[in-house]
Design a protein. Structure first.
Ligand code: ZN
Length: 186
């Protein structure tokens, strides 16, 4: 019989890009209110995941000041700045849990948290088979990280109430993930 704990151990909650720049009113590329509103939900999910023996991944854009990415987007998440720090209650949650062995911070150079990072290896070592995705933006970094997980044979679940975006594509992105990556939309 598989217990709830065994299931949780093979799961990771991935929190994508919940930085000041993407969430705070004064952020460089902010999704604003919709992103701020999902913070309590994500904190609850992170607490649950740890309590049940699962893993929490903080995937975070990490750019150099002269990153070529800034030819396409306003500057954001420059390494070591206020803008790159986790927003509000999520920042507090991370400060409390950053030394937990099942809380792992993964800086990422691109939209997809698997691209040029060691996330795949980390999840493999933890025995993770299924990832639950939250964060911003639904149709950009969450979408492409879900794609990255799918390509690596992981089951994907996206928590719709834990995602937000600054575009109008939230709903269509969820539908597209369901269609292309067999993502469970929860
Ligand atoms: Zn970026």
């Amino acid at each position: 019989m598989t217990t709830d704990t065994q299931i949780a151990q093979s799961e990771a909650l991935i929190i994508v890009d919940m930085s000041n720049d993407f969430v705070h009113d004064d952020g460089g590329l902010t999704a604003g209110k919709p992103a701020q509103e999902i913070v309590p939900f994500i904190v609850t999910q992170a607490d649950e995941m740890l309590k049940n023996g699962g893993n929490v991944i903080i995937a975070m854009d990490a750019h150099l000041p002269d990153d070529s990415h800034f030819e396409e987007w306003p500057p954001h998440n420059v390494i070591g700045t206020w803008g790159q720090k986790l927003y509000g209650a999520l920042g507090e949650w991370y400060e409390k849990h950053e030394h937990h062995e099942r809380v792992i911070y993964v800086p990422k150079p691109q939209y997809d948290a698997f691209y040029n990072t060691n996330l795949e290896q980390i999840l493999e070592e933890l025995g993770v088979k299924r990832v639950k995705l939250t964060g911003v933006c639904t149709d950009i970094c969450v979408y492409l990280t879900t794609a990255g997980a799918y390509y690596r044979g992981l089951k994907t679940q996206v928590l719709a109430n834990g995602c937000a975006t600054f575009t109008e594509n939230h709903e269509s992105a969820l539908k597209q993930m369901e269609l292309c990556f067999h993502t469970e939309i929860a």
